[in-house]
Design a protein around this ligand. Structure first.
Ligand SMILES: Nc1ncnc2c1ncn2[C@@H]1O[C@H](COP(=O)(O)OP(=O)(O)OP(=O)(O)O)[C@@H](O)[C@H]1O
Length: 264
């Protein structure tokens, strides 16, 4: 019998509520092995909730989710999934080095109590090289720029050698060089057969990597297919997204990320 490989992620008619308020309704989504899928949509549309529901950080109120062909309730191979959450400070006041943070991404693979093995050290080194930060391995994370810290988080996810990378706005607010480095890192991961599901506010240099764009609008899937045309002047390839986006049309896909910016 010919065996067709199951989708890496299959969401069927999912509903999610917070405290009785429904924020996702009848959401269905399939991510094929090796695909790079972008979740797009305005602030508050439910993208992060969908990601967090997949990872079982938020409970399903209805519908079904399979991960690697296994119903989510029975799925145990969480080390196959690397997750980069939205806007999490990696330092948290703890003076961890870059290498220590990335090594923490190996814990699910090796068990917490076992000392690092050569394979772990090699995975950490390779992941840091992948995000172009190999020379910073011994530096305190706090000494890195915001974009570099974000790359450390991506390296931490890669160090676990996942089959699926789930990234929630991994490049929001990061500098152009880090965005470019991130796109190259993801391109290499996908080139090795990795599957990617990412939430993005603006695709920027990621756009050529995207196989399918899924647009979430008010808790429902509004589009699934080719990347929609960017709104207004974002279509200009020279547009570099360094200004504060104060005047963006709210209805477009590139809504202003002003609510994410530091209030300074
Ligand atoms: N932990 C929570 N408790 C209650 N409501 C929440 C919680 N997290 C999100 N929400 C609400 O659920 C809705 C969807 O939020 P979500 O963060 O999933 O959207 P999003 O598309 O990821 O937006 P953003 O781009 O701002 O992250 C919003 O109305 C939000 O206020």
């Amino acid at each position: 019998m010919h065996i067709v490989s199951a989708p890496v992620v299959s969401v069927r008619h999912a509903a999610v509520a917070y405290g009785g308020r429904t924020v996702l309704r009848d959401v269905s989504l399939s991510v094929a092995p090796g695909a790079v899928v972008a979740l797009l949509g305005a602030n508050g549309s439910g993208k992060s909730t969908l990601i967090r529901t997949l990872l079982r950080l938020v409970p399903l109120a209805g519908g079904e989710i399979d991960l690697f062909g296994v119903p989510q309730q029975r799925f145990r191979q969480w080390a196959r999934i690397g997750y980069v959450p939205q806007r999490v400070g990696v330092t948290g006041g703890v003076p961890a080095t870059v290498g220590e943070v990335v090594a923490s991404g190996r814990l699910a693979r090796r068990g917490v109590l076992r000392p690092p093995r050569a394979a772990d050290r090699e995975a950490v080194r390779a992941a840091l090289a992948d995000v172009d930060l190999a020379d910073r391995i011994g530096d305190p994370v706090a000494t890195l720029s915001g974009g570099q810290q974000q790359r450390v988080l991506i390296a931490r996810a890669l160090a676990g050698q996942p089959d699926l990378l789930v990234l929630d706005e991994a490049t929001a607010g990061v500098d152009a060089a880090s965005q470019e480095a991130f796109a190259q890192t993801l391109g290499r991961f996908a080139g090795r057969g990795g599957t990617v599901l990412l939430v993005a506010h603006e695709l920027g240099p990621l756009q050529p990597l995207i196989d399918t764009a899924v647009v979430v609008h008010e808790g429902r899937i509004a589009h699934s297919g080719a990347v929609p045309e960017p709104a207004g002047h974002h279509a200009d390839p020279g547009h570099d997204h360094v200004h504060p986006h104060a005047e963006e049309p709210v209805g477009g896909l590139c809504v202003a990320p002003t609510d994410r910016m530091a209030a300074n």
